[in-house]
Design a protein around this ligand. Structure first.
Ligand SMILES: *Cc1c(COP(=O)(O)O)cnc(C)c1O
Length: 376
């Protein structure tokens, strides 16, 4: 059994993908082929925003957005403490200060109370200017944008939606990557919409930011890539990856999101009596980047993980270590007391094998073994 079976995914859409890749090989338009713009138009329409700018990966997508906003030294950027390293890494990379924020213990997304508290704390200290909230759509569920938007307006901050895991999720009819002033996603193969290498994208309704980001991703280009008007990066999505994503996007929407929703409901129904199942807010739809359960304590989690492993069931712990405890951030000296939920989650979460092509027999085995462990 695989944690996320990408071979099965490929097998199910091999013809279209092979055809699309072969066309790129024949045309030899490896960089910025017409498929890149075609994909950007399709993604912008899917998400429901004016501009999509693809780039090399989800980390660059975040960093390009911060650079476009001139975020840097003396700026505070608020980031959930429970997320993948990139969400905070990019803040330090542009010279700004990441201010980690505790998360909600049910949704695992940024806690609105903690966010307000940390913003007030930064203002009271008087050293940094609160500039941006990086809201992460963790495990596939959009963050609480209505409340985040209120705080962003109150404190005159931008929202950068990190939709690396959230692509395909919704609040009502509105799709993930439409909630931030700028939003980003990742096409890393194991993300909800993955390509066959690295890839990422940025979404915004703002013409001016879109122009700047398009320039930044090609060495700060002006009229051409040999006319350089700002310091940028080399961060393009290559044509082969764009062609893979063009083949996958319709299947993602028409099949994969439906399959993962069904599987989540099945796991929910069978597991809710034994463990804490993922909590999706009313009116929200998750794209189920992960199916993450919670157990009582670290001992239970580690033992359950070992028990499943011994039975041939792969699992993962997202995330073992709160951001504020990462060595890379040690100079900022964050206090554990502000991150009680994240610390608890890092000890109690376990992500189960989960993907749109999962065999129901495998799902039943996962369930059976968890029940067996819990009833021991
Ligand atoms: C995967 C991920 C990223 C980074 O994406 P890459 O394409 O791997 O650079 C950023 N944020 C979150 C929350 C992620 O899960």
């Amino acid at each position: 059994m695989e944690f996320r079976d990408l071979r099965k995914q490929y097998a199910s859409m091999k013809m279209q993908i092979d055809q699309n890749i072969q066309k790129v090989l024949n045309d030899a338009n490896f960089i910025m082929g017409s498929q890149v713009v075609e994909l950007e138009n399709a993604l912008a329409e899917y998400v429901g925003v004016k501009h999509c700018i693809t780039c090399a990966n989800g980390t660059d997508a975040l960093q390009l957005s911060l650079i476009a906003w001139n975020v840097g030294v003396m700026d505070a950027v608020f980031v959930p403490d429970f997320t993948f390293f990139s969400s905070g890494e990019v803040v330090a990379a542009v010279g700004a200060t990441p201010i980690f924020v505790d998360v909600d213990k049910d949704t695992c997304n940024i806690s609105i109370d903690s966010l307000q508290y940390m913003i007030e704390k930064v203002i009271a200290e008087g050293k940094l200017t609160p500039k941006v909230i990086i809201s992460v759509d963790l495990f596939g569920q959009p963050a609480e944008y209505e409340a985040i938007r209120k705080l962003a307006e109150k404190y005159h901050m931008y929202i950068l939606e990190d939709g690396a895991q959230g692509f395909g999720g919704r609040i009502g009819e509105a799709r993930a990557c439409s909630f931030g002033d700028v939003a980003t996603t990742s096409f890393f193969p194991a993300k909800p919409l993955g390509c066959y290498g690295d890839g990422g994208a940025i979404f915004t309704n703002c013409d001016e930011w879109a122009e700047v980001i398009k320039s930044l991703r090609v060495h700060g280009k002006g009229e051409s890539k040999y006319d350089n008007i700002r310091i940028g990066m080399n961060s393009r999505l290559d044509t082969i990856q764009a062609s893979v994503l063009l083949a996958k996007l319709p299947i993602f929407e028409q099949k994969e999101l439906i399959e993962v929703e069904k599987l989540a409901q099945y796991y929910n129904e069978k597991l809710s009596a034994y463990v804490k199942i993922p909590s999706v807010k009313e009116g929200y739809r998750s794209s189920w980047a992960q199916y993450t359960i919670q157990v009582e304590n670290q001992n239970d989690r580690d033992e359950l993980q070992q028990f499943l492993k011994d039975n041939g069931i792969p699992t993962a712990v997202y995330y073992q270590k709160p951001m504020h405890q990462q060595k890379a951030f040690e100079k900022y000296e964050y206090a554990d007391e502000n991150y009680q939920n994240t610390i608890h989650l890092s000890q109690t979460v376990l992500s189960l094998p989960f993907h749109p092509y999962m065999d129901m027999k495998d799902a039943d085995k996962v369930i059976e073994k968890i029940v067996e462990y819990m009833e021991r």
